[in-house]
Design a binder for this molecule. Structure first.
Ligand code: KIV
Length: 298
């Protein structure tokens, strides 16, 4: 008889539930809020997943909060795929969405579909996100036809920061608000499974959310979107260059990190680190023999 403990059988019901685009649709139908956060690396993906967040966006915001660029425009496909791969190794439940970087989907539909496919085929993502409305509807349609779930992004679209004349909220005039609603309907009609609404009036975001069958995810778009997203580095207080008005900081990790680094530096300078418990021991008999052989202090 084997003395090994019998392996506990895990039924399908025990297995952690993977969030899919179907879960997104169901949550909207049931009126349950969706939660989304960004992550760009393995440990953050692990923690976000553990917290039960529905979706992880590997946002091109990584260009600013991780790579130190002024805006998201310099981020490349290779940057995105590299970070998406790390995130996909850390998360097992959240729906993983890779953000298509500037110029990876604007040049031609063929290139857009091929680049979108790389997020799923090479980087372990479940879906992609892209910015823009009616002008991107055909690209969205073709991606969806190829089996690639697509999330839209309207309002303050950071890849158009120069076109928009800066980081400005959108949809505040009647004309701009109508255009945003039409863009949202066009993305839905093209097959997008969800749309991010960034920095638009709360009452407009509510109206769009009511008019759409698919869920809206708000960032700076008020409480009545179907879900919310934040850039994790903003939420954690890890990015100190500026904090957008719509961010609530749940921690102040930049300060915590700086304090920890300063404490480490001080202890090294004072000779208090490393302690004996951090050091590797050697038996006296070996030490004595070594000193006898090579000379040195006992
Ligand atoms: O890149 C990003 O993190 C985003 C979110 C702000 C939605 O697009």
């Amino acid at each position: 008889m084997s003395n090994k403990a019998p392996k506990k059988k895990t039924s399908q019901a025990d297995a952690p539930k993977k969030i899919t685009i179907r879960s997104f649709a169901l949550k909207k139908k049931r009126g349950e809020k969706l939660t989304m956060l960004t992550a760009y690396d393995y440990p953050t993906a692990l923690a976000v997943d553990l917290a039960g967040i529905d979706s992880i966006l590997v946002g091109d915001s990584l260009g600013m909060v991780v790579l130190g660029y002024e805006n998201t425009l310099p981020v490349t496909m290779e940057d995105m795929l590299h970070h998406c791969k790390a995130v996909s190794r850390g998360a097992s439940q959240a729906l993983l969405i890779g953000d298509m970087p500037f110029m990876s989907y604007q040049v031609s539909i063929e290139q857009a579909v091929a680049n979108a496919g790389r997020f799923l085929q090479e980087a372990g993502m479940d879906a992609v996100k892209l910015e823009g409305g009616q002008e991107r509807a055909e690209a969205v349609r073709q991606m969806v036809a190829a089996g690639i779930p697509v999330m839209g992004h309207l309002g303050l679209t950071p890849q158009s920061v120069h076109q928009l004349g800066g980081w400005r909220s959108q949809g505040r005039t009647v004309r701009a608000a109508k255009r945003l609603l039409e863009d949202a309907l066009a993305l839905q009609e093209a097959g997008a499974f969800s749309i991010v609404l960034e920095s638009v009036p709360a009452r407009l975001a509510e109206l769009i959310s009511q008019r759409l069958r698919i869920p809206t995810i708000g960032i700076g778009a008020g409480i009545n979107c179907d879900g919310q997203v934040l850039v994790t580095h903003d939420l954690l207080g890890l990015f100190d260059r500026f904090t957008p008005k719509f961010v609530r900081q749940y921690a102040s990790l930049h300060n915590t990190m700086a304090e920890a680094f300063a404490a480490y530096r001080a202890e090294v300078l004072e000779g208090n680190f490393p302690g004996e418990e951090h050091s590797v021991a050697m038996k006296d008999e070996n030490w004595d023999k070594l000193i006898k052989d090579v000379g040195g202090k006992e």
